[in-house]
Design a protein around this ligand. Structure first.
Ligand code: PLP
Length: 452
């Protein structure tokens, strides 16, 4: 009989064979990975049997929570019926068609077509190919430049990382690729200085117009942005930002791409972040909450005029082997059914998000917290040494705080010294109370460590 593997066995085997995404290999080699073994609801259990409240919903994706048997059953049924077929060369299958129709029902009015991909990054590769193809069909092939934002996140493929504005990512592998420009982000707490938040929001919006004029409208294909920046640190723009951006977009003939990979499927209390902010995007990349992470899937929802233009353009030489994968599509359909029938998005808006936000604000009185902000099922805490001047701790303390979270049974993410949460949308009041209690415990532990 072989012994079941221990945590140390998994860690050693991982070290020998597994190359982990977004990990410092030296650090990981020294410490070994935390092994997550099972999950239910909003909780995870690690290989030592410790229960952990997952305040990040995996990576912002497990919207309906863990352990939903309906999603496992949908997978099983579809695997037996048709485990794989593709959408290439004039074929299709029922799950992809049904899913596209279901997405059209919940998407903003006038957005009724979907191109499927395998992930959010692939969705943004599709965005890049699609917007350039769109302008070529319209006899303006010189409209190629896409404007993104510094510290935006649009994935980790070459196009995704290039559209995104993460400095560290650009530093590896000569990114961004040509034809992509970046403007300032609307991050008032971190970059607004002495400016009033609303004035800062307008300034950041006007950076878009400046860039359009600098590049030349005749060369700009699109502007891409997350309604709320997720991976950048839950950056919620000042209220003045989106209305001003909308006014600018109305003046120029360029496409607007709202990256809904995090905001989509209920995170803000609306189905899409664009609905929360009253945006009218031409394209919306989606992923994450589309399947609640149970299977990988992404896509791009497009406005009718984009679909019409594509219809005039002959063959679009683009697609993925797994575009519209039938099993992923079946899971996405079931996930959307759960979100609708259990009125999860409505409950987020009416009950649980207001409750989370009310309790989240209580954390602002903690000595380490310079700002507590949040919206929907998103929250951020800015950790500072001095609240008044917003001065950070030398060397940073986010990673230390994150260690205390792990040690106390909470998953909270650190983006520099911004601590962020994005819990499953099904989290209830009691679990929100538990979350807030754990966050306070971890902040206290961090403060004690700093006091020495
Ligand atoms: C996560 C994310 C992506 C990339 O999605 P993957 O599925 O990891 O490729 C793209 N855009 C946004 C806004 C994201 O948060």
């Amino acid at each position: 009989m072989t012994q079941p593997r221990t945590t140390a066995d998994w860690q050693a085997l991982g070290r020998q064979h597994l190359l982990a995404p977004f990990s410092d290999y030296k650090q990981l080699g020294a410490k070994g990975a935390r092994i997550i073994q099972r999950a239910d609801g909003v909780y995870l259990w690690d290989s030592e049997g410790r229960k952990i409240l997952d305040a990040m919903a995996g990576l912002w994706c497990v919207n309906v929570g863990y352990g939903r048997r309906e999603l496992a059953d949908a997978t099983h049924r579809q695997m037996l019926e048709l485990p794989y077929y593709n959408l290439f060369f004039q074929t299709a299958h029922p799950p992809a068609i049904e899913l596209a129709a279901a997405i059209a029902e919940i998407a903003p009015a006038g957005m009724r077509h979907v191109f499927f991909a395998g992930s959010g990054s692939e969705a943004n590769d599709t965005v890049l190919r699609l917007v350039r193809h769109y302008w070529a069909i319209k006899d303006q092939p010189q409209k190629k430049v896409i404007i993104g934002r510094i510290n935006g996140y649009h994935g980790s493929t070459v196009a995704g990382a290039s559209l995104g504005g993460m400095k560290a990512m650009h530093g590896q592998g000569d990114l961004p690729i040509p034809g992509i420009e970046h403007i300032a982000q609307p991050y008032w707490y971190g970059e607004g200085g002495a400016m009033d938040p609303q004035a800062f929001g307008e300034w950041a919006a006007e950076e878009l117009e400046k860039k359009i004029l600098e590049v030349g409208e005749e060369r700009v294909a699109a502007f891409i942005a997350e309604p709320i920046q997720g991976a950048g640190g839950v950056i919620i723009p000042p209220q003045s930002y989106w209305p001003r951006v909308r006014k600018i977009l109305a003046r120029y003939d360029i496409l607007f791409v709202a990256d809904e990979v995090i905001c989509g499927f209920g995170r803000t209390g609306e189905w899409f972040g664009s609905q929360y902010y009253g945006l009218e995007p031409d394209l919306m990349p989606i992923a994450k909450g589309l399947t609640s992470g149970y299977l990988p899937m992404g896509g791009v929802i497009v406005r009718d005029h984009v679909a019409q233009t594509l219809a005039e353009g002959g063959e679009f030489y683009h697609g993925y082997t797994y575009s519209g994968h039938p099993v992923a599509a079946a899971v996405a359909l079931e996930n959307i059914r759960i979100l609708r029938e259990e009125k999860i998005v409505e409950r987020v808006k009416a009950e649980t998000a207001p409750y989370l936000q009310k309790r989240w604000q209580e954390l602002a009185d903690h000595p380490l917290v310079g700002e507590a902000r949040g919206l929907g099922m998103l929250g951020a805490l800015e950790l500072v040494q001095d609240k008044k001047s917003r001065t950070r701790f030398p060397g940073g303390i986010g990673m230390r705080c994150r260690e205390h979270c792990f040690a106390n049974g909470l998953i909270m993410r650190a983006v520099g010294d911004t601590m962020i949460v994005s819990p499953p949308l099904v989290i209830d009041r009691e679990e929100i109370d538990a979350l807030i209690g754990l966050v306070r415990t971890c902040l206290d532990a961090t403060a004690r460590e700093l006091a020495g």
